[in-house]
Write a protein that binds this ligand. Structure first.
Ligand code: ADP
Ligand code: MG
Length: 555
């Protein structure tokens, strides 16, 4: 089969018009191959990686095959999550924009059932639902399956992973035997084959081979970094590339939560998406991500699969995935809808072997990316800042500020030039920290070096309020600890903790300022890293603490 154009597919003009409007220039391989077969009435298993357009591959045939004059339910699409049900439903509506008399409805848990029942009563021909809610409607007899001609399982592998097997079987058993059954999936899990045997009739397995799947518009990199430095490396990459939205993958739910905590502590807008969250919580997180309220989503594989957010510009494999197919799924979160994307995989030591497996599997080569240097981050930060400055100048309305500046120049005793003042303002705005380079190559000798949590200050980030301080003594670094008077913390507790845990003499410790909720303590610059590293997991007065370099942060 060598179809290359929508023109060549046996589909109606209304659909062609809509997909062209949607910006689809030509059918993707899975669409080109499955649409004619589904239209011929055969059962299909369509397998292609995430982001290859499987939704339209079944949505177009559904729209073609629904009888507009018959108001009964004719097609059921099952999706693993509410999120996907909504997405699929939106896509079907877009594709069906010029077709009249076809009513579609997403039905999912979490939405008031009464509203769904009301809509269903008006005669819906296509429902897109999550299994649980569909069963609920079947039991309430608000959905009647007697006239269903097509059932589609979207993201079938994921539904099985999520334990929907019984629900799916129950739904299938309620539909007429002569229905057409189609599965779409990124992987062919064994469970799918079991379902196939039981519920499909001589299906055609359409598999888009991997070579066609490689996604040329995703630049795939790997970065060698040891665990202790991953957080810093991630932050630097985010600072340097400044992706609109990023998805960071961890292998465990706990890892995701911890990373979110670390990122938030550094002032990034991040949140976690994983299987422990209830659907409503996931929806909240996804809404925040979609709207840009958070711009870093830290996710585990199961939770993030199938999520289609077009503005994801970077994917980070904070942990290298266990499974090669997961890699493909993960990086498929970016470079969607014809956009460019980047992926960064953090590897170290024995991960290299797994990475080679991934390269073999995807038939692509990951390019090595160096850890961005402090200078890279600074350059980017300064560049972005000057862009902002430019915008402000161009927007005008600076009369008041010019007056202040003039009067400052006139009244101050020293003869400051405007350039001096500008430089000082820059320093105030961007900070001036001594950041240390990460030397992380396993091939170099510096293996034991711990980077700890220095360098967090590279982030031109949200104002951190009380953590800022300018009056640090010479040669000292001011650290912030998130416990204070309210936790009955006294100077001797802090002194004892630092001297004991970090093994530096109490004499070297400088001023300790205790406030209600936090404490500042000064330590010698050369010991700061050690202190930060060694104090990470300790308690003061029974409270697990967070210690970090105090800093004035400005957006
Ligand atoms: P999958 O279900 O395989 O993960 P989707 O159906 O969600 O992939 O499609 C991914 C993205 O590609 C969506 O934004 C979709 O609108 C877009 N898309 C689908 N088909 C085409 C096409 N033929 N040309 C261009 N973009 C397409
Ligand atoms: Mg899909």
């Amino acid at each position: 089969m060598n179809i290359v154009k929508f023109e060549d597919l046996p589909i109606s003009e209304e659909i062609k018009r809509a997909v062209i409007e949607m910006g689809f220039e030509e059918p993707s391989p899975i669409q080109a191959q499955s649409i004619p077969v589904i239209l011929s009435g055969k059962d299909v298993i369509g397998q292609a990686q995430t982001g290859t357009g499987k939704t339209a591959a079944f949505s177009i045939p559904i729209l073609e095959m629904v009888n507009q004059d018959d108001k009964s339910l004719q097609a059921v699409v099952l999706c693993p999550t509410r999120e996907l049900a909504i997405q699929v439903s939106a896509e079907i509506r877009k594709i069906g924009k010029y077709m009249h008399g076809i009513k579609t409805l997403p039905v999912y848990g979490g939405q008031p059932i009464d509203r769904q029942i009301k809509s269903l009563k008006s005669g819906v021909q296509v429902i897109i639902g999550t299994p649980g809610r569909v069963i609920d409607h079947i039991n309430r007899k608000t959905i009647k399956m007697d006239n269903v001609k097509m059932v589609i399982l979207d993201e079938a592998d994921e539904m099985l992973d999520m334990g929907f097997r019984e629900d799916i079987e129950m739904i299938l058993s309620k539909t007429p035997e002569e229905r057409q059954t189609t599965f779409f999936s990124a992987t062919m899990a064994k469970g799918i084959l079991d379902l196939t045997r039981k519920y499909q009739n001589n299906p055609e397995h359409i598999k888009v081979v991997r070579q066609e799947l490689t996604v040329p518009n995703i630049k795939q990199y790997y970065i060698e970094t040891r665990s202790a430095n991953k957080l810093e490396v991630l932050c630097r990459l985010v600072d340097v590339y400044n992706p609109k939205l990023s998805v960071v993958f961890t292998n465990t739910k706990r890892g995701a939560d911890e990373l979110v905590g670390d990122l938030q502590a550094r002032g990034y807008f991040a949140d976690a998406l994983h299987g422990d969250l209830k659907q409503t919580q996931r929806d909240i997180v996804m809404d925040k991500f979609r709207s840009g309220t958070i711009d870093i989503l830290v996710a585990t594989d199961v939770a993030a699969r199938g999520i289609d957010v077009d503005d994801v510009e970077a994917v980070f494999n904070y942990d290298l995935p266990q499974d090669e197919e997961y890699y493909v799924h993960r990086i498929g979160r970016t470079g969607r809808a014809g956009r460019n994307g980047m992926s960064f995989s953090f590897v170290f030591g024995k991960d290299m072997r797994k990475m080679r497996d991934i390269e073999r599997y995807t038939k692509t080569k990951l390019n090595k990316h160096e850890i961005p240097s402090v200078a890279d981050v600074e350059e980017k930060k300064v560049g972005a800042f000057f862009d902002e400055v430019k915008t402000v100048i161009e927007a005008g309305h600076l009369t008041k500020q010019l007056q202040w500046l003039e009067s400052f120049c006139e009244t101050s005793e020293a003869d400051y030039g405007v350039v001096d003042i500008a430089a000082a303002l820059l320093k105030l705005a961007l900070g001036n920290e001594d950041k240390q380079e990460i030397i992380d190559e396993p091939s170099r000798e510096n293996r034991n070096r711990r980077d700890g949590r220095d360098g967090r200050d590279s982030r031109d980030s949200r104002d951190r309020g009380p953590r800022g301080s300018d009056s640090t003594a010479e040669g000292m670094v001011r650290l912030f600890i998130n416990v204070g008077r309210n936790q009955r913390v006294q100077a001797k507790d802090v002194l004892g903790a630092i001297a004991g845990e970090a093994g530096i003499s109490g004499k070297l410790i400088g001023t300790i300022d205790i406030y209600d909720k936090y404490t500042f303590v000064e330590v010698p610059k050369q010991n700061a890293k050690e202190v930060l590293e060694n104090m990470k997991d300790i308690k003061i007065k029974g409270n697990k603490i967070n210690i970090e370099k105090a800093n004035r942060r400005k957006k």
